[in-house]
Write a protein that binds this ligand. Structure first.
Ligand code: ACM
Ligand code: ZN
Length: 540
């Protein structure tokens, strides 16, 4: 499947990968010689480590053509001449790793199998892409632990729908970059993409739109019926594929706005009763869930019951962004709810804004009863939701800092520079159509997720950083990959390195070897980002 080049000289590994490990210390020992005679040991009876061992074997074979067998470790002597995957409680951080390479063998240790997996990714990226009978692995002690526990990427499978294989390849790309959370946007105005058994029309009707606007919301609609959804079996398959790679999928069911697909399937869920039509335009729609009706709350809970069954993630993302309140202002049932619940405008928050807070709180409590927590977009800061809600800061970085000050946990995804559907240069004439904006590779690299004025005791609320990929203008897998690569490499360094360890020039020097790997796997990427600087200043 992969073409691998034969080299005249014995190829050598290079541990200066992306993200750069915290420590690479040379040690006095001859190189380890990696050949097909080496075995990959894993602790006897540990199924996760057995799977890790097979994956490492597969990675080595894909890159070098060398086929290494795996086996359960019998005793310490077995490590000699081999690669051994080990659990070691002394390794810092539950996702950290420590790798010892001497002439006698390679040991990849983690406090957990996840840490071992991230260590394996490091070793994988250090390998030369070349067929050879042996690879020289310089002796070294390598250690790393991630700066953030939440290292995310987001994927919108609503605006355009992507196959199970495409989502799995996105997960593969995340794994190579040491990421651990996939925020999967599954419902919106333009489609409902997850089968819900109790409400079959959500997918059957809400999964399809009659056409799509051309370009940036032009009046021209292509008139082509478009859609699709994931069956529950497919979702389980993807969740398990991700879990094998230590990636937790956080589903997003966006509410109470961005719900036109659901309203089309079940018009009684809206304030006006419809009719509605799955939207063929982009943006923010005035029609949202009617939260004056008890039935709407029952509906949402029923949907979440099935979502909780499908996704073991502790977090469920409940959206909460871009929810206009014009329907609620006119709706007798929503106004009755405001009176019944004693909801009042306060400060800058209208009664309707606080009605969204009331609704979100109901759902938050319901999920909490099932051991789940919510993430919502930063609009939740404007509608009186308590600090047990985790905030995703998207309208900028300021709401994230404000949320942390208030005591919310926060995930940083500020639209500049963390929206990877934005252009990668200001000279975008020859770029695939994107949303707009500009986030160059350097802008991504230079972003600091923790505001400098955030007091020390609030910093722990910044759980991590994520880039988002909205797909209004992204129609196919090569375009997905082009938008995220190589920007994901810069993001990976933000997620793993301490700020003082970051160095853009050094990163640029290490990047070409990672890009060789993109090429090897036939992933599309933006080659110009490797050679062009100051693209944020260029003009068309
Ligand atoms: C968003 O981009 N509407 C969260
Ligand atoms: Zn209503």
């Amino acid at each position: 499947m992969f073409s691998v080049v034969a080299l005249a000289q014995t190829p050598r590994a290079d541990y200066r990968v992306v993200p750069l490990p915290d420590e690479i210390n040379g040690i006095k020992s001859a190189d380890f010689r990696l050949t097909e005679q080496c075995l990959i040991n894993y602790p006897t009876g540990n199924r996760e480590m057995e799977r890790n061992a097979s994956m490492l074997s597969q990675y080595i074979e894909e890159l070098t053509g060398l086929h290494l067998s795996t086996r359960p470790t019998l005793n310490a002597k077995d490590r000699i001449g081999n690669i051994s995957l080990l659990i070691d409680p002394k390794v810092d951080n539950d996702e950290g790793y420590s790798i010892l390479i001497t002439t006698k063998g390679i040991e990849i240790s983690g406090q957990s199998p996840a840490g071992v997996f991230f260590g394996m990714q490091m070793l994988r990226k250090s390998l030369p892409i070349a067929t050879a009978k042996e690879i020289l692995m310089p002796a070294a002690q390598i250690k790393s632990s991630p700066r953030f526990g939440y290292r995310g990427m987001h994927l919108d499978c609503v605006r355009h729908f992507f196959s199970v294989e495409t989502v799995k390849r996105y997960i593969d790309i995340m794994a190579l970059h040491g990421m651990n959370r996939l925020h999967w946007h599954l419902t919106d105005d333009q489609g409902w993409r997850v089968e819900i058994k109790k409400y079959p029309r959500l997918a059957e009707v809400g999964g399809w739109r009659n056409g799509t606007t051309l370009g940036h919301n032009s009046p021209v609609n292509d008139g082509i019926r478009y859609g699709g959804y994931y069956t529950q079996d497919q979702i389980r398959d993807i969740v398990s594929y991700a879990a094998d790679r230590y990636i937790t999928i956080i589903p997003e069911i966006d509410m109470p706005g961005h719900m036109v697909a659901a309203l089309t399937a079940y018009p009684e869920l809206g304030c006006t009763g419809g009719p509605y039509e799955v939207w063929g335009m982009w943006g923010v729609h005035d029609d949202i869930l009617c939260v004056g009706k008890d039935h709407t709350l029952e509906f949402v809970k029923d949907v979440l019951n099935e979502v909780m069954q499908l996704f073991p993630s502790e977090y469920i993302h409940i959206g909460g962004d871009e929810s206009p309140r014009v329907r609620w202002q006119e709706c007798p049932l929503c106004q009755q709810r405001i009176r019944d619940e004693g909801i009042r405008a306060e400060g800058k928050q209208s009664a309707e804004a606080r009605l969204q807070g009331w609704f979100t709180t109901q759902i938050k409590h319901y999920l909490a009863q099932h051991g789940k927590r919510i993430i919502g977009w930063d609009e939740l800061l404007g509608c009186a939701v308590d600090t047990t809600a985790t905030i995703m800061s998207w309208t900028g970085a300021e709401p994230g800092a404000r949320g942390a000050m208030l005591g919310h946990d926060v995930i940083m995804t500020p639209n500049t520079p963390m929206y990877f559907d934005h252009y990668q240069t200001k000279s975008y004439w020859n770029e695939p159509t994107a949303f707009g904006g500009c986030a160059t590779l350097k802008m991504v690299y230079d972003f600091e997720p923790v505001a400098s004025n955030l007091p020390a005791d609030k910093r722990r609320h910044i759980l991590g950083v994520q880039a988002n990929l909205w797909t209004e203008y992204i129609t196919c897998e090569p375009q997905i990959q082009y938008q995220v690569l190589p920007r994901m490499a810069a993001l990976a360094e933000l997620q793993w390195l301490q700020p003082e360890e970051k160095d853009y020039n050094d990163f640029k020097a290490r990047l070409p070897r990672l890009v060789e790997m993109y090429k090897h796997y036939n992933w599309t990427y933006r080659a110009k980002s490797l050679v062009t600087e100051n693209e944020d200043k260029a003009e068309n």
